[in-house]
Design a protein around this ligand. Sequence first.
Ligand code: PAF
Length: 286
Amino acid sequence: MEVCTTADGLRRHVAGLRARCGRIAFVPTMGNLHAGHLRLVERARDHADAVIASIYVNPLQFGPHEDFAAYPRTPVADREQLDAGGCDLLFLPADEEVYPRGKAAQTFVEVPGLSDILCGEIRPGHFRGVTTVVNRLFNLVAPDVAFFGKKDYQQWLLIRLMVADLAMPVEVVGVETERAPDGLALSSRNAYLTAAERRVAPRLFAVLGALKDQTEHDGVVSPQALQQARMALEADGFRVDYLTVRRRADLALPVPADADLVVLAAAWLGRARLIDNVELVLAPGG
Ligand code: PAF
């Protein structure tokens, strides 16, 4: 696996790959890789002739009181895993390569509306930081296809909207959430959980699953079921940022005709803010 740390170096390497390979896939990450990221690389391998990954803990997507400094950084292990996973090229830039005129002066890309709800409401500016960095990375890498985990459901939708709105020639593929055997969605932030919290953490997925089952059974999104699910999480010690059922296409509140829905939650357990989601379908006329 080649590694490059500068934007110019990246462009040269990409030009070389382009000359030799048909389709180029891209997997942007913030490092501290786990099996979920490696699944993205695996899917990328299946879809393309060459795989490029990036590791960059993007300061623009962290709020002033968030965990930018504490965010786990494991570059040596990450490189080994990417190499073993069949990645061809790793972009490992410093801030100056991503934001050459400085973070404050950087032109930004923002998808209005969807950036301001759910995680965007609780983390103002977060999604603007995400779409800005992904836009720049897409322009540097010029991939044919890019892979994102569906654990970050809202992020995945936003990237798709950005690509459509800006007519960017890249296909965006969402990959199912990778889970521990007990159901917990894999996330770098799981590292913040104590041993006792780690034992409780899978309850998030269990509660979302139960809410999905009940909603599918009832054929309607019930405020009582939502309230019970929230109380179940609170009883387990979670501090719930949101727990909601939304329309999959745009995360708007569903109207009765909507069938393709998703239950989404963000909840704190100690120092860890966990997010997860489960898709559900309401039967017609249910
Ligand atoms: O999902 C992530 O790891 C990040 O938000 C991303 C897409 C790499 C942008 O920094």
